[in-house]
Design a protein around this ligand. Structure first.
Ligand code: HEM
Length: 183
């Protein structure tokens, strides 16, 4: 029950991550347990972001609007459809953050916040312990997929700005001083 995409890199990601149609079923099954907690989780998320002086200017004056988009996005993780439209949505989110110049560090830290916050929400609110465990694994895989898709947009902009190809980017990312393996 693998997910199929026309993008070879996505196929590889899902294969290695073990992200499949099973995850869609697992996450849809816990949707009603999680939905009531999403506004609370979102409030907590924006409290933490606002505590960081470097992040605060990016969200100041638009927190209520951002919370609304964040609630919709979090709900989409439990909507059980990770097909082409879901992928396009994450790519659009990546483009938006590039456009408003949110550094990738902030996105990575936010994803880490969610990886820490969602498992306890599932453990406490999904009555069946096995289902909670499976949903935790699924949502962590899915967050990684979202982050990969958003990160790719940052990488695309970097390649555009440097005028380099994906192959050259990978080469530059993997050949470091004193790190090179014999090849
Ligand atoms: C888990 C990480 C994050 C997710 C999933 C996320 C999600 C979203 C979504 C769904 C939108 C609407 C985008 C659109 O419709 O094109 C958005 C917009 C935005 N996000 Fe995030 N966000 C994340 C992290 C952050 C962080 C850390 C910041 C601030 C430092 C931030 C600042 C913004 C801003 C300023 C906008 C509005 C852009 C505009 O005015 O069009 N986001 N975000």
């Amino acid at each position: 029950m693998e997910l199929h995409y026309s993008d070879r890199n996505l196929e590889l990601f899902c294969h290695v991550a073990g992200l499949s149609r099973e995850d869609q079923i697992v996450l849809t099954a816990v949707r009603d347990n999680v939905h009531p907690l999403i506004p609370w989780l979102t409030d907590r998320f924006y409290e933490v972001l606002a505590e960081e002086p470097e992040i605060k200017p990016y969200i100041e004056g638009r927190v209520e609007q951002l919370k609304k988009t964040h609630v919709v996005w979090l709900e989409s993780l439990f909507a059980g459809d990770y097909g082409v439209d879901f992928i396009k949505r994450q790519e659009k989110i990546g483009e938006t953050h590039v456009r408003v110049r949110v550094p990738p560090l902030f996105v990575a830290a936010s994803m880490a916040f969610l990886r820490g916050a969602l498992p306890p929400v599932l453990v406490v609110n999904v009555p069946d312990a096995k289902q909670a465990m499976l949903a935790t694994a699924s949502v962590l895989r899915l967050l990684d997929l979202c982050q990969y898709l958003i990160d790719r947009k940052y990488a695309e902009v970097l390649m555009d700005n440097l005028g380099i190809s994906p192959v050259l980017l990978t080469r530059l990312q993997t050949v470091g001083k004193g790190l090179a393996l014999a090849s």
